[in-house]
Ligand binder design. Structure first.
Ligand SMILES: [Zn+2]
Length: 443
């Protein structure tokens, strides 16, 4: 269907263009400025001073770790495509389907049985790269606190989740394909968005606790200022959650999870252990920004648009490939579950080439959340300190093209420059100490 091809290319280019414009608007102004009070404050020099705090050896290590990730993205993609192609070429896929069909006459159950075989074979064959990437490499860089059996336990839980959630998705998806024929991709995207919203909804209650212990943050000296900031920003939160991320690593992080009624803000124990109150406040301000700016809903809408294009491309690609190799692979058509490896190849290809676009979408939202956090918490130095901690595993000072293509969060340079620019325009917040004195005087 050449009509499909003509449709895809301009849309992908348009999305890339929108992405680059959005990325450009999030770029910091890297110049010195005079603050409102007339005092001179050199933004670039202040950002440079923060970046210089990391010893060169540690900086080189962090850069190497992050840059290695660029290549891993490529190897992950190529290995996945190779394995999926093996499944088609050697007719493993059609044999899995035959086995599923012999086991039961119920179509839905056949789909589930095929899916279980598919995900097990795929996981086993990608395991060497998974274990290098997730275990040995993380240990080499000192970024993992788990021994092998603890790590393996998390992997098996993830696999169990994939089996269950994948089955929940595959049964209605193939049901749609069988019912709607070549128009499946429109409703398929709608189904996928509903499925994602469902996963978000259950994640904090049923998924996250499989990997970490969550509990209410009890320490009033930290909880109360956070809840005070939440109330001031119109967030109806009565609890903040903490979780034991130190089980996996020493990385500091916090997140907004859940959907609709299950939405909550959680911070990890590394943040509590390693950070001062201003640093925790600025991080929480950032997370509140995600919440107030409705980033989850916006993200879902953008993902939905991207999925319509992805599924249209997958639909076209399946027609094209099956016309040529369908008989050789013993795949009967688009309604045959044995087509899944081909669908995943096409889907992965689409998301691989649109990575700069999806990165730019999230990076732009992250930058918006940074701005929100600075205004809500008013801790530019706390923000810069946390950005330096994130620099332990994210390259601090990339080039602009590198940041556009590979970064799903702004780089340390971008974030610290934004914090210092905020500070330059708010001379009263010169230091956290001064700020506290000011609040004290007002009370
Ligand atoms: Zn964020």
């Amino acid at each position: 269907m050449p009509r499909g091809a003509r449709f895809i290319l301009p849309v992908v280019l348009l999305l890339a263009l929108v992405g680059s414009v959005a990325g450009a608007s999030a770029q910091p102004v890297q110049s010195s400025a005079n603050s409102a009070s007339g005092q001179s404050f050199d933004i670039k020099a202040a950002a440079d001073a923060y970046l210089a705090k990391m010893p060169p050896a540690q900086r080189a290590r962090s850069d190497a770790y992050f840059e290695g990730g660029y290549w891993l993205t490529l190897w992950d993609f190529l290995l996945a495509v190779f394995i999926l192609w093996l499944m088609l070429h050697f007719r493993w896929s059609s044999r899995m389907r035959d086995l599923a069909e012999r086991s039961t006459r119920f179509k839905s159950l056949q789909t589930v049985l095929y899916w279980v075989q598919f995900i097990l074979v795929f996981s086993v064959l990608t395991f060497p790269l998974t274990v290098y990437e997730g275990y040995f490499r993380e240990h080499n860089y000192g970024l993992l606190n788990q021994n092998f059996s603890q790590w393996m336990r998390d992997q098996l839980v993830s696999l169990g989740l994939m089996v269950v959630l994948g089955a929940i998705l595959m049964v209605p998806l193939f049901g749609l394909v069988r019912r709607l024929g070549k128009n499946w991709w429109v409703w398929g995207s709608v189904l996928m968005v509903v499925f994602l919203a469902f996963v978000f909804l259950i994640a904090p209650v049923y998924i996250a606790p499989l990997f970490n212990q969550y509990k209410k943050l009890e320490d009033a000296s930290i909880r109360d200022p956070i809840l005070q900031m939440a109330r001031a920003n119109g967030i109806p939160a009565s609890e903040v959650y903490q979780f034991d991320a130190s089980r996996q690593s020493d990385r500091v992080s916090a997140n907004v999870s859940g959907f609709a009624s299950t939405t909550r803000i959680s911070l990890n124990d590394n943040l509590l252990k390693r950070c001062t109150l201003p640093e925790i406040e600025t991080t929480m301000g950032h997370e509140m920004g995600h919440y107030v700016l409705n980033h989850q809903y916006k993200g879902l809408v953008i993902t939905g648009v991207s999925l319509v294009i992805a599924f249209a491309f997958v639909n076209w690609g399946i027609g094209y490939a099956l016309a040529r190799w369908g008989a050789a692979w013993n795949v009967r058509g688009i309604t045959d579950v044995a087509v899944l490896p081909l669908a995943v190849i096409l889907f992965s290809f689409y998301f691989f080439i649109t990575t700069p676009f999806s990165n730019t979408v999230t990076r732009t939202m992250e930058f918006e959340a940074d701005m929100y956090g600075l205004n809500a918490a008013r801790q530019p130095d706390g923000e810069a300190n946390v950005d330096m901690m994130l620099g332990e595993y994210r390259k601090l000072d990339p080039g602009p093209v590198e940041e556009f293509i590979f970064f799903d969060h702004p780089s340390g340079r971008t974030r610290i420059t934004a914090a210092m620019r905020w500070k330059a325009e708010h001379p009263e917040s010169a230091s956290a100490e001064e700020m506290e004195r000011k609040i004290f005087a007002e009370k």
